[in-house]
Design a protein around this ligand. Structure first.
Ligand SMILES: [Zn+2]
Ligand SMILES: [Zn+2]
Length: 144
């Protein structure tokens, strides 16, 4: 993960985004945790270290990272967005019981984009695909 942080920091420099201790902490937390946390999760994990930081500050810093192309936001309505610092091509499986998000790799389903372009005339820029269900841990719990 150290290598990923270095890469992210280098990329940030080229975009002219100023690195602050808070931003550094948020980015390292995202890269280390890989749990797709909410802004609130990040806030709670770092509040001891940065007592003056608010959830709004965390959110604003995340927006900066998103604009710089370092973080992606997975929106689930309201304030329940989750954040992912893994910018590689991957899909998400979401547990409806505990809310855990697991990454999985799969060849991008580019034919969906092609079909969409053909049938709607859209200039397609991307797609979002998620699967929903129950994670292995929760299957174990519900079975007992
Ligand atoms: Zn679960
Ligand atoms: Zn992910």
């Amino acid at each position: 993960m150290a290598g990923q942080l270095e890469q992210a920091l280098t990329k940030l420099k080229t975009t002219g985004v100023r690195m602050t201790p808070q931003r550094h902490a948020i980015l390292s937390f995202l890269l280390d945790s890989m749990t797709h946390p909410t802004a609130d999760d990040i806030y709670r994990a770092l509040e001891a270290k940065f007592p003056n930081m608010s959830v709004a500050t965390v959110y604003n810093n995340l927006k900066v990272f998103i604009e710089a192309g370092l973080v992606r936001e997975l929106t689930y309505g309201d304030s329940s967005s989750r954040f992912d610092a893994d910018m590689s091509d991957h899909y998400h499986a979401l547990c409806e019981v505990c809310g855990k998000i697991s990454d999985f790799e799969f060849d991008p389903v580019t034919y969906v984009e092609l079909a969409a372009k053909e049938r709607t005339g859209f200039q397609v820029k991307g797609h979002r695909l998620e699967v929903y269900g129950v994670c292995p841990e929760c299957i174990g719990i519900t079975k007992h």
